[in-house]
Write a protein that binds this ligand. Structure first.
Ligand SMILES: *Cc1c(COP(=O)(O)O)cnc(C)c1O
Length: 795
């Protein structure tokens, strides 16, 4: 039977006949080959390099001194091939690279049920051996097909073996793929060397690449030796092609494709399946014309003996035959290739339409040409980067995740009578429940108000990762760094209220020492005043929202009730009328002036009016954390006038010492005396004292004031610029080192800035501050960055 003199009419064949037509040429490795390969493997394993040289002399008639090709020879290969070939290889390289790069799968973590996170990760196979056949043609295209996916998969150790003499094209292609370890050795002994390792060739984990019967048999045997722990890419067989053609196919194209595949080897097999008898006859009649011109005519004639032209009744039968045969290559030269493609289940590589000859896939279109043959296409895949990788599953359960799935696993394990399995769940469940019981017990002891407390959301808590790479404009800190150092003896307790620091702050504020209490930041001031004056049962504090959250948090912690009076929307004016109406049971009123987060300053006269009205019955705390940015607005001079006035100050903001934790309470000397009873014994550590003192010396006070002016200048610049951006609704007036900005959609802005590593403070949690962000004024560079980022990404 021969393609040239016989057309098969599918419907005239019985079942057995059909089966026979679609069978592969018998591909039996005879016993002699098997035994000889077995011997070669044994010898190489035992004698290593010396047996490799012996076999090279015996089989390839070459005496090899150095198995390894020098680095120099590899890199010189580029000068020893002509430019056209070089460019062709480079083009193919870039196409194949592009396609295979797209096969990389991004890591995805899936939350299966709450608390159970599963993912798949990929790791390269560590040691890879590539085999490139030599002989009559130099298969440098195969170097690309194996080397590129290995390179993309990031396999760290790649070696390549090919029979001597290795062509410059192979060396050039290998060099493109960054393969540096190349050995001029071929045949079964090369496979043995890679599988077992010799002195000069390292053992590999997986062997890739085609070869003759000896190579194929060696790979097969290696794959079956468990102890070698070396695997192979896929089982190999002769090459094959099936073409499905309809009335629109071009018979000359069909012939050229059939012949191109038939020239691979005398055991190759090609098929034409068509619904058109006319096409079948044209192909048969004209095949000799193209055949005559091909140099590998004799090989082709032999493989055509294994090949068939089949005429069927309809396209569905073509599909059936293709799926039954599972061809390595399938060309669908049909008008309706989409329909056919969607029904093909078994094939290595598919080529669609008239303009897609299989040769492009063999060389340069981008897909791999290492494909499953011999019917393995029904279970094996074409070579891809996953063949150079291992998939590894990763999972992580939280405590709740484990509880959520525990009974499912316990029941399944018990039913399968694998009690060890269920035990590993049960033992953990017991542990968790015990822990939960402990927590329950502790919770019973904890005060209710603390259990339910919504703690202060510190800026540092919210964005704590990689803060060194970020522009932090979310905590109203100074962007300017002043360097202080200290080396003090620390074995003694500090003074309770260090005199030197009292002196220094007194000089800075023009107050007496007796009017000052040094605290661990203004935050401690908020707390001490509340603890000193408020009785849990019936006292309340009052503050005006939106404002600094620590008044609420401190009250919650101390279990003191609070009353919030909203400031007037958008002007942020204090609603004094409303305050006046609600003063019963109020013990302390906290004002933040200038206010955080709105940035505005209050009308001093109205506050004085309030003092007069409440007549010493209520403490008024004025938090002047930002007062250095508008120092003329301080109420410090009222301290001697109103004995119920307490002012809070800090070195955290204008002084640029947020990390120091130092603040001050300023009030009359009697209150200071009382507060001294409440404050912790040694609030100010000696290093803090030392640095606070330095910051208050003459020189550093000048620097601080200069820095304040710089920041005010930056603020003006930024406000000016931002006012040009159309997605900004409003910028509130600010007397501080931050601005409150209202946007149309603050989430977009926040996320855009975040993506660009600029962190600002979201104020959406406040009722009156929907779509508002608070932006700390940074250095001039940082102001420029925030503006240009917004302009670039959003305008
Ligand atoms: C930052 C800030 C504080 C805290 O000051 P520390 O001295 O760092 O504790 C107090 N009040 C207001 C209004 C603040 O913005």
């Amino acid at each position: 039977m021969n393609i040239i003199n016989n057309i098969i009419y599918w419907n005239n064949c019985n079942k057995d006949h059909k089966k026979k037509i679609l069978s592969r040429p018998i591909f039996l490795t005879d016993k002699i080959i098997k035994n000889s390969v077995k011997n070669i493997l044994k010898n190489v394993k035992k004698n290593g390099d010396s047996s490799l040289k012996k076999y090279s002399l015996l089989f390839d008639k070459i005496n090899i001194d150095n198995l390894q090709i020098s680095k120099e020879k590899i890199s010189n290969s580029q000068f020893n091939i002509n430019c056209d070939i070089k460019n062709a290889i480079k083009n193919a390289y870039s196409n194949i690279y592009k396609f295979h790069k797209s096969q990389i799968i991004k890591k995805k973590i899936i939350e299966i049920i709450p608390g159970i996170f599963c993912s798949q990760i990929f790791r390269p196979i560590s040691k890879i051996g590539l085999y490139i056949p030599g002989g009559t043609s130099s298969l440098f295209s195969t170097v690309l097909m194996l080397g590129i996916p290995a390179q993309i998969a990031l396999c760290p150790n790649i070696i390549l073996c090919s029979p001597a003499p290795i062509s410059n094209e192979i060396l050039f292609a290998a060099n493109l793929c960054n393969i540096k370890n190349i050995f001029q050795i071929g045949g079964a002994h090369a496979i043995a060397a890679m599988a077992f390792g010799t002195k000069s060739i390292n053992k590999v984990d997986k062997i890739f690449g085609p070869g003759n019967v000896y190579v194929t048999e060696a790979k097969r045997q290696i794959n079956n030796i468990l102890s070698s722990k070396t695997s192979i890419d896929m089982p190999a067989g002769p090459s094959e092609l099936m073409i499905i053609a309809d009335e629109l196919s071009n018979y000359e194209f069909i012939i050229s494709d059939l012949l191109s595949q038939a020239e691979h080897g005398s055991d190759s097999q090609v098929f034409l399946i068509t619904t058109e008898e006319k096409i079948a006859k044209l192909v048969q009649k004209n095949i000799s014309k193209q055949l005559e011109k091909l140099p590998k005519k004799n090989i082709i004639l032999k493989s055509l003996n294994n090949s068939h032209i089949i005429v069927v009744d309809n396209i569905d039968e073509c599909i059936n035959i293709a799926n039954m045969y599972a061809p390595e290559h399938l060309i669908i030269q049909c008008k309706n290739y989409k329909y056919i493609l969607s029904n093909i289940n078994n094939a290595g590589s598919i080529f669609l339409g008239n303009w897609t000859p299989e040769s492009v896939g063999d060389y340069a279109s981008g897909t791999n040409h290492v494909l499953p043959t011999y019917g393995y296409a029904s279970t094996y895949s074409c070579l891809s980067i996953s063949d150079f990788q291992k998939k590894i599953y990763v999972q992580k359960l939280t405590q709740n995740g484990l509880l959520n799935i525990s009974s499912t696993v316990e029941i399944m394990a018990k039913t399968e009578k694998l009690l060890g399995h269920s035990n590993s769940i049960t033992i953990r469940k017991k542990f968790i429940n015990k822990q939960k019981q402990k927590i329950k017990n502790i919770n019973k002891m904890i005060k209710k108000n603390i259990l339910n407390l919504i703690p202060y959301q510190s800026a540092r808590l919210l964005y704590k990762e990689n803060i060194n790479n970020k522009i932090l404009l979310n905590a109203n800190e100074s962007p300017i760094i002043s360097l202080f150092s200290t080396n003090k003896i620390l074995n003694r307790y500090p003074e309770q209220q260090p005199k030197t620091l009292l002196n220094a702050y007194s000089k800075y504020t023009n107050l007496n020492n007796e009017n000052i209490l040094i605290t661990r930041g203004a935050d401690e001031g908020i707390d001490i005043v509340m603890r000193t004056f408020c009785n849990q049962k019936d006292d309340q504090i009052l503050f005006c929202s939106p404002t600094y959250d620590m008044y609420r948090v401190t009250a919650n912690i101390l279990n003191i009730k609070y009353l919030i009076i909203s400031s007037k929307k958008n002007t942020w004016e204090i609603d004094f009328e409303n305050i006046q109406k609600n003063l019963s049971n109020i013990k302390i009123i906290y004002f933040c002036n200038p206010n955080n987060p709105t940035g505005n300053i209050f009308d001093k006269n109205k506050i004085i009016k309030l003092f007069k009205l409440i007549k010493n019955k209520i403490i008024i705390v004025i938090d002047e954390a930002y007062i250095e940015f508008c120092i003329d607005q301080t109420m410090i001079n009222l301290i001697n006038k109103y004995e119920n006035l307490i002012i809070l100050r800090t070195l955290s903001k204008a002084f640029g010492l947020a990390g120091l934790r130092c603040g001050f309470i300023l009030t009359n000397k009697y209150i200071i005396k009382i507060l001294c009873k409440v404050i912790a014994p040694y609030p100010i550590s000696i290093p803090v004292l030392d640095i606070a003192l330095q910051s208050l010396n003459k020189k550093n006070l000048i620097i601080m004031k200069n820095n304040v002016n710089k920041i005010i200048h930056n603020k003006k610049w930024l406000i000016n610029k931002l006012n040009n951006l159309k997605f900004i609704k409003y910028i509130f007036k600010s007397k501080t080192n931050f601005i409150l900005v209202k946007f149309y959609d603050s989430n977009i802005i926040f996320n855009t800035l975040n993506k660009n590593n600029i962190i600002v403070r979201d104020q959406n949690h406040e009722k009156l501050l929907k779509n508002c962000l608070r932006i700390t004024i940074g250095t001039f560079d940082e102001c420029k960055k925030i503006f240009f980022t917004l302009q670039k990404y959003l305008n």
